[in-house]
Design a protein around this ligand. Structure first.
Ligand code: PMP
Length: 287
């Protein structure tokens, strides 16, 4: 595999960041995870815009234009012959001193890694997955906005460890008010009485690009949808539940904390949205 680093392609064994990079020392940086379908970058504009927005929030100036980054993404795909897969676009603060001061880091590092991806086994897409509600709460917006896709994922990793300890693949994270915010790497929706419900951005989450697409697909399909707070008891009492994310796409949740959701099978609204999402990808009418 070839990795794009700071303006050119290198062999993956030579793709190394400095120990002085504040990305390494402090998780100081931002990133995007982007799908590749049919040799094209899925929703590239939305991902690049979010990367710049995350960087702006932490006062990190990306040393390339948006178009230069899109060109670099395509260069990386071509170099690796990637037709269907996933790319990780990372911008770190760059090399500095051992002190925290980010402004002593003169040159951000920009890295693009191309890979294959299969986040969850096929069987889970057919029969649904089990999740837990984590005890680890999602970082409050007043601490560090969860809408910043930063390199510091320890908050999510602690909840992921809870999931792994419980023998499941994902964990729902609540916010400090006790409402569902999102999962460790996915956004969450429930369905109750024919209406799809997802937490509002104020619940404190990464505002997923897949989440946005699913909301617009629900509109096109005439599926009622509301953005409102979801409590744990709403999840336990839901008819259906599903997660969205670039890597996960749309996947049903059929069990929470060992209890079945609804009848414990992939529900009809989840199935319609999953199919619509696949059709949207296949139609290719996206940027
Ligand atoms: N929440 C978190 C914490 C994530 O890391 C991600 C991306 N993996 C998502 C939600 C989903 O976002 P998107 O649909 O833009 O991939």
């Amino acid at each position: 595999m070839k990795v794009w680093m700071n303006g050119g392609l290198v062999d993956e064994k030579d793709a190394k960041l400095s120990v002085w990079d504040h990305g390494t020392l402090y998780g100081d940086g931002v990133f995007e995870g982007i799908r590749i379908y049919g040799g094209r970058i899925f929703e590239s504009q939305a991902h690049i815009d979010r990367l710049y927005e995350s960087a702006r929030h932490i006062r990190l100036a990306i040393p390339y234009t948006k178009q230069e980054l899109v060109d670099a993404l395509y260069e990386t795909l071509r170099a690796n012959g990637l037709v269907d897969g996933y790319v990780r676009l990372v911008v770190t603060r760059g090399e500095g001193t051992l002190g925290l001061n980010p402004f002593k880091c003169a040159n951000p590092s920009v890295v693009i890694i191309a890979d294959q991806i299969a986040l969850y086994p096929k069987e889970m897409y057919e029969n649904g997955m089990a999740v837990i509600i984590a005890k680890t709460l999602r970082t409050a917006s007043s601490m560090l906005s969860p809408s910043v896709k930063s390199l510091n994922y320890l908050n999510n990793i602690m909840a992921k460890i809870e999931a792994i300890d419980a023998g499941v693949a994902e964990a729902i994270m609540l916010n400090v008010e006790g409402n569902a915010a999102e999962c460790t790497g996915d956004n969450i929706f429930i369905v109750k009485d024919g209406q799809a419900i997802t937490p509002p951005p104020e619940a404190g989450m990464l505002i997923g690009i897949t989440r946005g697409l699913v909301i617009s697909l629900a509109g096109k399909l005439g599926i009622a949808l509301a953005e409102r707070n979801i409590k744990p008891e709403d999840i336990y009492a839901a008819d259906e539940c599903f997660l969205t994310g670039s890597a996960a796409e749309v996947i049903a949740v059929t069990k929470v904390d060992s209890e079945p959701i609804g009848d414990g099978k992939v529900g009809p609204i989840t199935k319609r949205l999953l199919r619509a999402y696949r059709e949207y990808i296949a139609a290719g009418n996206w940027q």
